[in-house]
Ligand binder design. Structure first.
Ligand code: FAD
Length: 431
């Protein structure tokens, strides 16, 4: 039976499977004691561990990962990241909030870029621009609002019609789109592995070490894994939605499963069907829509589907991802998805992540949803600062907002099902 303290997956992460195999670090064993323990070696946990090293050059830092690095959602995602978000409208408040947000996002993005350069992390990190694409009139209306907000705040964007889509990315499935030149792509499993290798030696990393119990004893914390008991002054829970298992943020977070597939390599004559752009990434006009990107020269990735708190069956996922791929590229309907996998992420009702202190000496960040590479890096850094200085930064809340509370179950499950059925219908061909 699956242990709800941490995610486990039926299918291996496709990005990780495309890399050479690696030997995981040894699990935590016996009695350990450290001033700082970070739980979860994703983008948030890595950023927290790095920052703690800068702030406490002498302190030992333990980083515990339930699975192996690259097999968590930080390796399972689609690899879209951006240095700058755009305001959702030209209202003064939206623009001001977006400026604060971009201050943190730029810091996190630049740190990742610097680490990639300094440590020569081979992760296909590159600028690709960003395409938002609509297949339906409703989707096109959504994008026109974004286009208006961009133009009225002085940001350059190009609009795309079906002919232009066909030329650039090889499909005329989409009828309207906007292209902006900020946007990068990365091989996420290669990046997270590289970030692990780049951690200073003062961070002791233990893989296959799920924390299954967490309790407070006076001013200290006791963490239990299957083979270790660890005491700590400060614990940073960088586990995303798994923090709910320990009794925290239950009323703010839901666990969402979403799925991705990467095609087998295309033959040279098939690659011509992916359009003239050497690299591109397409985000949907509707939030329950499908993400598509080129992977290297000869593969394509499709990410789609959302399920609430439990995984979908393998056959449903395979069929749906193949259908979405072949609907967009009927000329490639003989091409199979070689790797198909799912991942979990934490979702809040209003899309704002949580980052803060849960109790004395206990901190968490969760709910970065579909932009955790950059946001997780920013919020992990913040949690390390919070743990070290014991001082909150109100700018973080101004930038990212605060998550609303969600109704308890069974109303929450029912509400999610009704909303997602309604939104899925609205998403229609954007799926
Ligand atoms: C299919 C898919 C596509 C996505 N696409 C994008 C994208 O293109 N761009 C983007 O920015 N984001 C994307 N996301 C979201 C992104 O992956 C997450 O926001 C990001 O991974 C959050 O980082 P994190 O470090 O906070 O959490 P995670 O990456 O979830 O890391 C948490 C880690 O904690 C570990 N853990 C959990 N519980 C325990 C425990 N009890 N003990 C020890 N360890 C534990 C987990 O194994 C995991 O490794 C996508 C997600 C999915 C699933």
């Amino acid at each position: 039976m699956k242990n709800p303290a941490f995610p486990s997956y039926a299918q291996a992460c496709g990005w990780n499977a495309m890399l050479p195999s690696r030997s995981p670090r040894a699990p935590a064993e016996g009695h350990l004691d450290a001033p700082y323990v970070v739980v979860g070696a994703g983008f948030t946990g890595m950023a927290a561990a790095r920052k703690l090293c800068q702030l406490n050059p002498q302190a030992e830092i333990l980083l515990l990962e339930a699975s192996t690095v690259g097999e968590g959602s930080s390796g399972r995602n689609s690899g879209f990241l951006t240095r700058e978000e755009y305001p959702s409208s030209n209202a003064a408040q939206s623009v001001a909030q977006n400026n604060i947000l971009n201050g943190f996002n730029r810091g996190a993005f630049d740190e990742l870029q610097q680490l990639i350069e300094d440590h020569q992390i081979d992760c296909d990190f590159h600028s690709s621009g960003r395409i938002r694409a609509a297949a339906t009139p409703e989707g096109a209306n959504n994008l026109r609002k974004i286009q208006h907000a961009l133009e009225s705040t002085g940001h350059a964007c190009q609009t795309l019609d079906a002919t232009e889509f066909k030329k650039r990315i090889g499909t005329d499935y989409y009828k309207f789109g906007i292209y902006t030149d900020t946007g990068h792509l990365v091989q996420p499993a290669a990046l997270i592995r590289g970030l692990l290798a780049a951690l200073p030696p003062q961070v002791q990393v233990h893989e296959n070490s799920p924390v299954i119990d967490l309790s407070q004893h006076g001013k200290r914390w006791l963490l239990k894994t299957p083979s270790a008991q660890i005491t700590a002054d400060h614990v940073i829970m960088a586990t995303n939605a798994s923090v709910k298992f320990f009794g925290y943020l239950k009323e703010k977070l839901v666990t969402i499963h979403t799925y991705a597939g990467i095609s087998e390599p295309l033959k040279p004559n098939e690659m011509a069907h992916l359009g003239a752009m050497a690299s591109w990434g397409v985000l949907p006009a509707h939030r329950l829509g499908t993400t598509v990107r080129r992977v290297g020269a000869d593969r394509i990735l499709v990410r789609s589907l959302y399920a609430y708190e439990q995984s979908l069956s393998e056959s449903v996922v395979h069929e749906a991802l193949h259908r979405r791929f072949h609907n967009r590229y009927p000329e490639l309907s003989h091409v199979r998805l070689e790797h198909v996998w799912g991942g979990v992420t934490g979702l809040t009702l209003n899309g704002s992540p949580y980052a803060g202190r849960l109790a004395q000496g206990l901190y968490a960040s969760a709910g970065c949803n579909g932009s955790g590479i950059v946001k997780g890096t920013a919020l992990g850094t913040y949690l390390a600062e919070l743990a070290h200085h014991n001082k909150t930064n109100p700018q973080i809340q101004m930038a990212y907002g605060t998550p609303n509370s969600i109704l308890p179950d069974p109303f929450r499950a029912l509400g999610f099902k009704v909303i997602s059925a309604w939104e899925s219908r609205k998403a229609g061909l954007e799926s």
